[in-house]
Write a protein that binds this ligand. Sequence first.
Ligand code: FES
Ligand code: FES
Length: 156
Amino acid sequence: MRVNVTVNGEQRQADDVWEGESLLYVLRERLGLPGSKNACEQGECGSCTVYLDGVPVCSCLVAAGQAQDREVRTVEGLAEGDALDPVQEAFVEAGAVQCGFCTPGLVVAAHDLVNRVPQPSDPEIREALAGNLCRCTGYEKILDAVKLAAQKKSAR
Ligand code: FES
Ligand code: FES
């Protein structure tokens, strides 16, 4: 089947999508957007998090057909030209990236949080990121990054 979807503001089309193919697969393998990662492919780790109509979802759990005529925003769509989003900057500056496999999903989840809650508390950050697993950092630097991202956003 053919899937038409708006991705990062551009109308995109994927052909020969098989029933049951995930949005994650279409993004990575058909549309050339490998930012979203496929770690568990069963909704457990959050590394595939993207916005679907403005709501963060695990794209491995979304059938590509469900994205028909909808809007997807991936980690690649957060920067404005060469300027990183404040959340992306904060992850770099806080040293919240080690292997980086979890990072795209965490960045999207954190981006959603700081847009909804300008100054999130530690429990709010932990709650918002509870579906995103990281095997490397121990999460402390990730917490620091989200707090720094909130500061950066409020300063803009
Ligand atoms: S790859 Fe989607 S939740 Fe892990
Ligand atoms: S930085 Fe390696 S899994 Fe998070």
